[in-house]
Write a new protein. Structure first.
Length: 351
């Protein structure tokens, strides 16, 4: 489906809760999930907006805004958000009328839209990922191309056309001018946007199989650390320093492919995954190292500041659904949103 639809709302302890889900969909979220709403279409992406009212320390009473996309990719800037579609188009919307004292949703208006991704015969193809920074945004697509756009002028400032023979699945910034992409062959490639060679500076290969690399999560304070989730359900932990061809550690495969993976933005010894099997899982430092789900590379002498590498990793299921969970997102104020094929968006006040 080429069209993308967005739904925007606001959450906060003082605001009125949105209505419970309608219909007879057999989903019974535990008490931890406090808000739910029926979007009406399958949800492909959920993202919190960056509205400038979030401090360093999580504040449970601060209102926050989020966006739900019915299908496509969402990228968030400080005063704008971007979405991509299966037709290869990228659209940018400017936020307007942000009022933190009212319960009315933020409004937005279209500022830019352009067809970027196409195959060599000029037929359109899906844009499959988008990442944003303060100064630019970068998109990838099934054509194996990368485009960087200015956040100020929306002009293309850099392009890496047809640089991957396989389709891109995801993209994330790993630094001011560096990005990491995942492709359908399970490879994660690191690129320098300043390079004129148009070649990756590093290629990381998933050793178990050729399952697509679906989601990449850079560590919030150590950008050289990457978590990568695969369609097979496996997860690898990589250190971009050095030249090791193997990950630092990997997780035992989950049931169903990993849809998205993310470190907690404030407490990075915690990370979260959602999957096509309908689960949202919280991963955290184990209390008993003999019960860890983490398989470490014993040949890797790491100095990484990650508690779960020292003490092992455990997990708990935050939510389970009979339908695939396609997307989730965490805010700095300790709230998690998720959505999937049921068309229902869930939000928890604490994660």
């Amino acid at each position: 489906m080429a069209n993308s639809r967005t739904f925007m709302s606001r959450t906060g302890m003082s605001s009125r809760l949105m209505g419970r889900s309608r219909g007879n969909i057999p989903e019974n979220p535990p008490q931890k999930f406090r808000i739910s709403t029926q979007v009406g279409k399958k949800i492909s992406k959920v993202r919190w907006l960056k509205t400038g009212n979030v401090g360093v320390i999580p504040e449970p009473f601060v209102p926050e805004y989020f966006i739900v996309g019915s299908w496509g990719e969402l990228g968030i800037g400080s005063d704008a958000f971007a979405l991509t579609t299966s037709s290869g188009a990228v659209s940018i919307f400017k936020l307007t009328d942000v009022d933190h004292n009212e319960t009315n949703p933020t409004s937005f208006q279209l500022s830019y839209s352009k067809q970027l991704h196409s195959i060599r015969e000029k037929k359109s193809c899906p844009a499959t990922g988008i990442a944003t920074s303060e100064k630019s945004m970068v998109t990838v697509g099934e054509d194996g191309s990368i485009y960087e756009l200015s956040m100020n002028t929306f002009e293309i400032i850099n392009s890496f056309e047809f640089v991957d023979e396989l389709s891109f699945c995801c993209i994330e910034f790993t630094g001011v001018s560096s990005i990491a992409t995942g492709n359908n062959g399970g490879q994660v490639k690191v690129w320098d946007l300043r390079s004129t060679g148009k070649k990756p500076t590093r290629t990381l290969n998933h050793l178990d199989d050729l399952s697509p690399a679906i989601s990449i999560a850079p560590h919030p304070t150590q950008n050289h650390i990457l978590l990568v989730g695969y369609s097979s359900g496996g997860t690898d932990l990589w250190d971009l320093r050095g030249s090791s061809s193997e990950p630092i550690a990997n997780l035992q495969q989950q049931e169903g492919g990993v849809s998205e993976i993310s470190f907690h933005p404030v407490y990075p010894d915690n990370f979260y995954t959602c999957s096509q099997s309908g689960q949202v899982i919280h991963w955290f430092t184990a209390q008993n190292t003999s019960e860890t789900d983490l398989v470490q590379n014993n040949d890797y002498d790491t100095d990484l500041n990650l508690e779960f590498l020292k003490y092992g990793l455990s997990c708990r299921t935050l939510y389970s659904s009979p339908f695939p969970i396609n997307s989730m997102n965490l805010s700095r104020n300790n709230r998690l949103i998720c959505g999937g094929d049921s068309g229902i968006m869930f939000c928890t006040e604490k994660c």
